[in-house]
Design a protein around this ligand. Structure first.
Ligand SMILES: NC(=O)c1ccc[n+]([C@@H]2O[C@H](COP(=O)([O-])OP(=O)(O)OC[C@H]3O[C@@H](n4cnc5c(N)ncnc54)[C@H](O)[C@@H]3O)[C@@H](O)[C@H]2O)c1
Length: 259
């Protein structure tokens, strides 16, 4: 397949946040961007994560690497200062992170604590708004921003619990940011992948059942992989998609159209 791929994003600079390991959706995005010619900046959550992420950043030829925990004041600002100093611009931003405290995630929405809700919303949604605020001035030639959502934002998916309302807020944030940034030539999309076996997914109760249900329901007959998500983002970041913004784009083999 790679022999047919053209470098449609050559010269583009992409910040990809959310690689934990080689199963992360963010890794699929970074790999797809590299395949079509873009340069990438990669972050890791903390020192523990660094040993897993750094080899992947090397493999991807990442020009910029840095720690980023969006809960630590100042780290996001430091990252964007580094990007400004090294690249002086940014074309693509991928926000592929989510978190909710285990007890708040595993219980139903009714029993979610105020603190757990606020934490989930801050890391999984408001941090995207903070990133967009810092990224926009660097996207002087226009750009594209992505945030990872899930079907549980739109319809009730058992066991998705607090992440349902959080992802609904994230999708709405994408629409409002698309509106506010559109005249600057910056496009914003929520991407809604079907279930994928990642570390974040393992925090959901009965995730295997979600995966099996998706495989059964998908008109295309199979579940998606991280490269499907990556190449969808690569397409949306390219000039081929220059009139598209604000949508929630499903990468789920068609599961969302089935009752
Ligand atoms: N796996 C799925 O089935 C699926 C489906 C749809 C959407 N998503 C979404 O895709 C995104 C990526 O998840 P994934 O499935 O690739 O799992 P993953 O575990 O590989 O990635 C989650 C990432 O979030 C990061 N993160 C958590 N807290 C953070 C913080 N405070 N600061 C910075 N980073 C932090 C982790 O370090 C990790 O890299 C998430 O938003 C998730 O909700 C996942």
């Amino acid at each position: 397949m790679s022999a047919e791929i053209r470098p449609v994003l050559a010269g583009h600079k992409a910040l990809v946040v959310g690689i934990a390991n080689d199963r992360s959706i963010a890794y699929g995005c970074a790999k797809a961007f590299r395949a079509v010619g873009a340069e990438v900046a990669i972050t890791w959550l903390n020192e523990k994560a660094r040993s897993h992420v750094e080899p992947l950043a090397t493999e991807l030829g990442a020009e910029i690497t840095a720690p980023l925990d969006v809960s630590i004041p100042g780290q996001l600002e430091a990252l964007f200062e580094l990007i400004q100093a090294r690249w002086g611009k940014l074309d693509i931003l991928v926000h592929s992170i989510a978190f909710a405290p285990k007890d708040d995630l595993r219980g139903g929405l009714l029993s979610c604590s105020a603190e757990g809700f606020a934490k989930a919303m801050d890391v999984s949604c408001h941090s995207f708004i903070r990133m967009a605020r810092l990224a926009a001035p660097l996207m002087s030639d226009g750009g594209t921003m992505f945030a990872m959502s899930y079907y549980g934002a739109q319809r009730v998916v058992p066991n998705y619990n607090v992440m349902g309302p959080v992802k609904a807020a994230l999708e709405a944030a994408c629409r409002y940011l698309a509106f506010e940034l559109g005249t600057a030539g910056i496009r914003v999309h929520a991407i809604s992948p079907g279930p994928l076996s990642t570390r974040a997914a393992s925090g959901l109760k009965d995730f295997d059942l979600m995966l099996n249900a998706a495989a059964r329901k998908a008109p295309l007959g199979e579940v998606v992989d991280i490269m499907d998500v990556g190449f969808t983002c690569a397409y949306l970041a390219s000039g081929f998609a220059r009139r598209l913004t604000g949508d929630t784009v499903y990468v789920d083999g068609g599961v969302n159209v089935i009752a």
